[in-house]
Design a protein around this ligand. Structure first.
Ligand code: SF4
Length: 305
């Protein structure tokens, strides 16, 4: 329910947004009220593509740090704001550029594919970037049969089951998606026998094994629009439920686990968005030498998808 305080807050945000010529790019895992003020809500790939297309002066990135970095990599002339500087990604922090350099020495013949959920420094050490929406297609398209995949072991494992590549997996993982358990799916399938089970590829293999579809959040949004999908058991971060219900009010969406909440994604609030626009901070800016190297990994991805 929108209160009068919320509506005056939203009014102030929208007024300042116009003055600053800003665009709001918002990830599917954000709080519902933050999604509701977005120019665009989407997954990492969709938001990167939108960042490139925008003609605004300022991007207010409502997501986590690596996403704002990706926008800075792609749009160096724009001011990129992340309304809470502490909104990070524990999985992205599970590998450093130095650790990746060491691993590359051990595997000199492997092509390094990094999931977009990684720091700009790690992207700069990688050959090509991918997202959960395009990872399978992208890895399959590579000439090399030997792949070093960082940092998500579960997305990497999923890709390895769909391609014929020899894949070395960095042992990173998303703490939120690993809370989505197979037992919960089995219980919910008994309760909702007609529902489709859709999970994110950051889930563990035993969870993925029980799904009808394995999709990125953008893929889930599109899948939910299908006429043959009336009930959906959803295995990803809880924030997506807001968007699914808003887009499809007559359909039923059942989260597999209400524990699947990413605390970092929930750090962005409407108050912080307003403050960020007032003060034009915190700004995320990737240093130019790192940006140029990271950009070639991101550009190679955007050329494939
Ligand atoms: S949901 Fe997982 S991968 Fe996404 S930002 Fe949170 S910790 Fe990182």
């Amino acid at each position: 329910m929108t209160t009068s305080m919320d509506s005056s807050l939203v009014e102030n945000i929208l007024k300042l947004k116009k003055e600053r010529n800003a665009v709001f790019l918002v990830h599917n895992y954000q709080l519902g009220e933050v999604q509701d003020i977005a120019d665009f809500v989407g997954d990492s790939l969709e938001l990167s593509q939108k960042a490139v297309q925008t003609e605004a002066d300022v991007i207010v990135f409502c997501g986590v740090h690596f996403m704002a970095e990706t926008a800075s990599i792609l749009c160096p002339k724009m001011t990129v704001l992340l309304p809470d500087a502490h909104a990070g990604c524990p999985m992205a922090d599970m590998i450093t550029a130095e650790q990746l350099r060491q691993k590359k020495k051990e595997l000199p013949n492997a092509t390094v594919v990094c999931y977009v959920n990684s720091t700009a420094d790690v992207k700069a050490e990688s050959d090509i970037c991918c997202t959960s929406a395009n990872a399978v297609k992208l890895v399959q398209s590579l000439d090399n049969d030997e792949i070093l995949f960082v940092p998500d072991q579960y997305l990497g494992h999923y890709v390895s089951t769909k391609t014929n590549k020899k894949m070395y997996l960095w042992p990173g993982y998303c703490p939120t998606h690993t809370r989505i358990q197979p037992d919960d799916i089995i219980r919910l399938k008994q309760e909702y026998p007609k529902a489709k089970v859709v999970v994110h590829p950051e889930c563990r293999p035993e969870t993925i094994a029980l799904a009808n579809e394995v999709l990125s959040t953008g893929g889930m949004i599109r899948y939910a629009r299908r006429e043959d999908v009336q009930e959906m058991i959803v295995g990803t971060e809880m924030g997506i439920i807001h968007r699914l219900r808003k887009d499809n009010p007559a359909k039923k969406f059942i989260p597999i686990s209400e524990q699947a909440v990413c605390p970092d994604m929930k750090l962005i609030t409407l108050e912080k968005v307003l403050r960020s626009l007032e003060n034009m901070t915190p700004e995320v800016k990737v240093p130019e030498p790192v940006r140029l190297k990271a950009k070639s990994a991101v550009d190679r991805m955007l050329a494939v998808v």
